[in-house]
Design a binder for this molecule. Sequence first.
Ligand code: CA
Length: 367
Amino acid sequence: MKKSGLCLAGLIATLLLTGCGPNTSSGPADGATAGVDTQKVYRWKLITTWPKNLPGLGMAPERMAQNLRVMSNGRLDIKVYGAGELVGAFEVFDAVSQGTAEMGHGAAYYWRGKIPIAAMFATVPFGMNAQEMNGWLHYGGGLELWRELYEPFNLYPIAAGNSGVQMAGWFNKEINSVADLRGLKMRIPGLGGEVLKRAGGVPVSLPGNEVFTNLQSGVIDATEWVGPYNDLALALHTVAKYYYYPGWHEPGPTLEAIVNKDAWDSLPPDLQAMIETASRAINEDMLSEFTARNNSALQTLIDEHGVELRALPDDVIAALRAAAKDVVAEAADENELSRRIYDSYMGFLEDVRAYHEISEKAYLNMR
Ligand code: CA
């Protein structure tokens, strides 16, 4: 407000004395910004489901806001809030829907209680990995369906992050057979939580900033979070002994940026394009960061903290896979749109799987 007010009040005088931002001396923009008020500053709030400044997940929206500030010459001035600062982690969807904040950052599976099929836009147990999710969303019709799903909630979703394949999680007892899942109280969101339930476990829904204390106090027996890099940041190795892989429940979860539709519609096209582009950039950037950091974090967990790395047994994986098939199919039954989303996802998965058998998978197996 101050910046634009000064500029409008006395552009030349204040430009010389105080400056009006890095690019106010340039001429009117051309193309898409013709007719746009290039002095107007949009001060937005972005609320997240993550602990403030958590490496990886929490820093992604911070970086996105910083990029948008630079790209827009300060016209998009977005302040980022961690979970609990303005609203609780699981209130982000409603708060952005209602306009309490203009933007949010989280994961679609957190809204499964409100929209069961939304979880498919985050991740599906035994489903697509990061590369495949990006293909489906951006070139396979997924993003259009996601926007149709969120439209009645006055929200505009954009893919904005991916962790890659996660870890199965942290356990204080060994999982040697399906019987060890019975009664297991585990923090696990999304469709994966429902799968665990079918396999005899007790899924618990907790935001990231409550995971540590609940595991420490024994309220839960186990938790999944993300992978070595982010799990080390939450110090989960100090409250659990065994670290299991692979993350059958989250093989490449997409994170979301959600924009209040009224706020989105109020933006000129150039700023809308910047948000789309900055979200796509952070979508790729997060995967790069996790790819670069996970291995050294895992070595630190094993070598310096004595963490015991374990693979889930084959029969446990088989039981979870069988339960997942039913859980995912049932998510399609709610209405006509959920059926179309399910069919689109599964159709894409079948096609991409066939090619990846002889490309990505064949290569990784022979490397
Ligand atoms: Ca997770």
